[in-house]
Write a protein of this length. Structure first.
Length: 95
């Protein structure tokens, strides 16, 4: 990823209130982090997982922008969670 694009993403990450609003989400969440991500960002993801009562799944060999660099890898990791959450929701709605 070009450094100017990464810089813009980082700069924009401080212009929203997503972290403050995350506890109000009412949908299934799965936290995924790359093992090559700086530890401070891994700690943030772990905090979000604790706050939301979700799992934090490590993905080996990717950096912080792993979802943009290898979306197929992330899809493979979260796919089982998505399917199990959808199945649970579908069963709950049927009852």
């Amino acid at each position: 990823m070009p450094t100017e694009v990464e810089a813009q993403i980082v700069a924009n990450s401080f212009t929203h209130d997503a972290v403050a609003r995350i506890s109000s989400l009412r949908c299934p969440l799965t936290q995924v982090f790359a093992t090559l991500t700086p530890s401070v960002q891994q700690q943030t993801i772990a905090s979000v997982a604790r706050l939301t009562g979700t799992r934090a799944i490590p993905v080996d060999g990717l950096g912080h922008f792993g979802p943009m660099e290898q979306p197929w890898t992330i899809a493979t990791v979260i796919g089982p969670d998505l399917l199990s959450q959808h199945s649970a929701t579908t069963k709950d709605e049927a009852n």
